[in-house]
Ligand binder design. Structure first.
Ligand SMILES: [Zn+2]
Length: 302
């Protein structure tokens, strides 16, 4: 799922340089521009992390999965790759792009806490870890923080990806989209998020307008609680244990309720969040080239 990177960091810098020349000789500087020019600097990993954390109202957190998994806070950052999952391909692309900071949303070493004590002699773990270490790459996970900005950055990014920004109310997982049927909604998501197929529960002809959007895997209890609160036509989520929400939605259909659910797949359902983080970095650290590279889904359909 490699896409040609958009070098927005550089183009913004060029824009700023051009703008400053145009404005040369006058004292009337756009405050944002003046700030950017005065603050052009070399960023360390630690400074980037601290700046992001400073924008999260409830941070710092006592416990968080957002730690440095490889490398060091003191690394001077030459470029950044944002993504959902740090695959070997993503690491190779980062090296190629001379980007020495990778910011994934999800775990790197196959568990929520990225526990590596039991993996030390495993060739799969070693390949990923050593490739990053040997190439001077630092990896910082940004999961808890991007979700807990004033408004969830992942949701904002996903809503943009889906083309639903005009139906979005900040802070709300409910979107009232133009009426369609479940089949039409699935096709819309397939096209917008580049997903070949999705699993669903319900009637493909059911009318859908009130969408409950819960990217990622928030858990069956929370998905069902939100369904009870909002009574949507359809839950659109990343994934769910098969024995939890899908069974609830099936039972709802069996008693005649109009309710369906669509599982996009975890990665595609939150990939918009990595675009959000890229834009955030462009805005706050315009000096640094930033690339969002979608990592795609490990699970294929056949
Ligand atoms: Zn997430």
């Amino acid at each position: 799922m490699w896409q040609k990177p958009k070098i927005t960091g550089k183009s913004r810098r060029d824009f700023l340089l051009k703008s400053s020349l145009m404005l040369g000789g006058t004292l009337v500087l756009n405050p944002e521009l003046a700030f950017s020019l005065a603050n052009r600097k070399n960023w360390t990993v630690g400074e980037i992390i601290d700046t992001f954390v400073s924008q999260v109202p409830t941070a710092p957190f006592q416990q968080t999965v957002d730690t440095i998994k490889v490398g060091s806070r003191d690394t001077i950052v030459t470029g950044i790759v944002t993504t959902m999952f740090t695959t070997m391909e993503i690491i190779h692309k980062a090296i190629e792009l001379k980007a020495n900071l990778i910011i994934p949303h999800e775990p790197t070493f196959f568990s929520g806490q990225d526990e590596t004590d039991y993996l030390q002699d495993d060739p799969v773990f070693r390949a990923k870890y050593d490739l990053m270490e040997k190439n001077g790459i630092t990896l910082w996970r940004n999961h808890d923080h991007v979700h807990r900005l004033q408004d969830d950055g992942v949701r904002i990014g996903v809503v943009e990806d889906l083309g639903w920004s005009e139906y979005y109310t900040a802070g709300s997982p409910i979107l009232n989209i133009p009426k369609t049927d479940l089949k039409g909604l699935i096709n819309h998501i397939k096209t917008r998020l580049d997903v070949p197929a999705m699993r669903y529960v319900g009637d493909l002809n059911q009318t859908c307008s009130k969408v409950l959007l819960l990217p990622g895997a928030v858990g069956g209890r929370l998905q069902i609680t939100r369904i009870m609160e909002h009574r949507p036509d359809v839950l659109v989520c990343g994934e769910s244990n098969e024995w939890e929400t899908p069974e609830y939605v099936r039972a709802a259909n069996e008693i005649g309720m109009k309710l369906s659910m669509i599982e996009i797949g975890h990665s595609a359902s939150e990939e918009g969040g990595s675009e959000f983080v890229k834009k955030w970095l462009n805005q706050h650290m315009p000096e640094i080239p930033v690339y969002h590279i979608p990592s795609g889904n490990s699970l294929k359909v056949f």
